[in-house]
Design a protein. Structure first.
Length: 240
């Protein structure tokens, strides 16, 4: 157990080194079960979906995040369960972990593209992911690819360190321009090996909150129901 979470950052075109290693007997992992046993990990969107994140619709941000979670859950018994967010606004200030989701994803102005805090069961920042509010985030080619960044940062939230020696999503430099759209995410063998060294082998899941239709969707649905009822009444009148 540690009192202050370690942080990992991702920047553009730079290789980062010198990360502080965990103390002996202090594994970086979420959950307390033995490797190979199911681990339930709660997550939420602190302010990522409030419409203030530049250039990307909340639905795309949610879809990309769920894809990234699914990549890690495909190779270890990690069961990600979305919860309503609780806790302070996204910032790098510490807060109590009790009563908050284990991974909170949000944005605020940062000097790097993104950063994540390693697991910590005391400080609420442990596991949290923050992206730069001013980035030109997208899901296509080029820099600021949200899917690639969130996949990398989730690795840190799970306790993975930067991979310096072989090709990996956990390489500490960006952009790699490896993901080009939704559905193109993947992990390298080095990522899977490091993940399984912490959590063991298995397969997990991603359980989002039940989606709430937006007002426009509700209006469209109501219009469709009204039109269907009108057509049925006309049909009944003609058959009579």
């Amino acid at each position: 157990m540690r009192n202050h979470p370690r942080i990992a950052v991702i920047t553009f075109g730079l290789i980062l080194g010198g990360l502080v290693q965990p103390a002996a007997g202090d594994p970086l992992r979420l959950g307390s079960t033995a490797p190979g046993q199911p681990v339930v990990i709660t997550y939420s969107y602190s302010n990522l979906l409030d419409g203030t994140f530049l250039l990307m619709e909340p639905a795309l941000l949610r879809a990309a995040t769920e894809e990234a979670l699914g990549l890690w859950a495909a190779f270890a018994p990690l069961h990600f369960v979305e919860q309503p967010d609780s806790g302070p606004p996204a910032s790098d200030g510490s807060y109590p972990a009790s009563g908050t989701p284990q991974i909170r994803i949000g944005h605020h102005p940062t000097v790097t593209a993104a950063h994540a805090f390693y697991p910590n069961d005391v400080d609420g920042l442990g596991g949290d992911i923050h992206l730069d509010s001013g980035g030109a985030w997208n899901l296509g080619d080029g820099p600021w690819n949200f899917l690639e960044t969130i996949t990398h940062e989730l690795g840190h939230s799970l306790g993975l360190d930067h991979e310096l020696d072989v090709l990996a999503i956990m390489n500490p430099f960006y952009p790699q321009q490896r993901f080009t759209s939704l559905g193109t995410g993947f992990l390298y063998p080095a990522d899977i090996e490091q993940l399984r060294s912490i959590y063991g082998s298995g397969r997990g899941s991603v359980t989002p909150l039940d989606p709430t239709p937006e007002p426009g969707t509700l209006l469209l649905a109501a219009s469709g129901i009204a039109l269907l009822a009108y057509r049925r009444r006309r049909s009944a009148g003609r058959s009579g």
